[in-house]
Design a protein around this ligand. Structure first.
Ligand SMILES: N[C@H](CCC[C@H](N)C(=O)O)C(=O)O
Length: 278
């Protein structure tokens, strides 16, 4: 049977979007991997499944699968793509939408300039199963084959480690990303690894080696985590623009338990169909 999908991206982080608002969609791991495969399938970083709400006060539920088929609870760039899809398809005309994932509830707002602003909720600091270096700054250090690595750790509904580096173009993103993801003693559910180059208090550059997808051109939740760690470490003010390889994201965080607000683009690229067996 044929499965219809919409190909989208948010700052180059690309998605296969499945509209399951009218009919349940229960994908097999093989189908998910095929949708994610850039050679044998469609190709994307994440598969986003938009569903009718399962709780009052929620406009849409939203399931997120990485290209390797793993299901996760947060995708910041994907939330903006969901908003664009919902408005383009006329599934809602509300200026603000509340969406729910397995681990987070987010409110999003369509802006007049076509961008989407998302309340990503407050950063949750990782439980200290990692030896704290300086407890008050959420700064951690672990020893690896590459030597000691220092990083901040925050959850946006999914786990992030943030390393500050002098030049994002000169860092072994895959090598260090994989070595941190392999440390299941520190990150039991693996981790998204962000590499942050601070330019000044309002600007930075970021690359992210994502859990389940490898390096992506942008990571929305990773940008939120980097903005929060940077502010916690006194490197950023409350507003920061992060340049990622696929585009720019704007982050606002007032600190403490305030939500991180992320503003950025979302584009529709094409629609298609793919044969699949239930
Ligand atoms: N790889 C992430 C999910 C996608 C996050 C990213 N694409 C975003 O925009 O937040 C994880 O396993 O938690």
């Amino acid at each position: 049977m044929k499965l219809s999908f919409t190909k989208m991206h948010g700052a180059g982080n690309d998605f296969v979007v499945i509209d399951a608002t009218r009919e349940r969609f229960r994908p097999t791991p093989d189908l998910l991997r095929r949708l994610g495969d850039r050679r044998f399938g469609v190709g994307c970083d994440q598969i986003l499944v938009i569903e009718a709400p399962s709780a009052p006060g929620i406009d849409f539920d939203y399931r997120i699968f990485n290209a390797d088929g793993s299901e996760v609870g947060q995708c910041g760039n994907g939330t903006r793509a969901l908003a664009r899809y919902v408005y383009e398809q006329g599934l809602s005309d509300k200026p603000r939408l509340r969406v729910q994932t397995a681990t987070a509830t987010m409110e999003l707002q369509r802006l007049d300039n076509g961008l989407v602003k998302v309340d990503m909720g407050a950063p949750r600091w990782q439980p200290a199963q990692i030896p704290l270096l300086l407890p008050q700054a959420e700064r951690y250090r672990i020893d690896t084959a590459d030597g000691a690595l220092e990083f901040g750790a925050a959850s946006m509904g999914n786990p992030h480690a943030v390393l500050c580096v002098a030049d994002v173009d000169a860092v072994d993103v895959e090598g260090i990303g994989r070595s941190l993801q392999a440390r299941r003693d520190v990150f039991p559910q693996s981790v998204n690894v962000g590499f942050l180059q601070v330019i000044d208090r309002e600007h930075g550059r970021l690359r992210v080696y994502e859990r389940g997808s490898g390096e992506t051109l942008a990571c929305g939740s990773g940008a939120c985590a980097a903005a929060a760690v940077g502010r916690l470490w006194g490197l950023f003010g409350p507003h920061v623009t992060l340049s990622l390889r696929g585009g720019e994201l704007n982050l606002e965080w007032a600190g403490a338990d305030a939500p991180v607000l992320m503003t950025g683009p979302a584009e529709t690229v094409f629609t298609g169909e793919i044969e699949w067996q239930r």
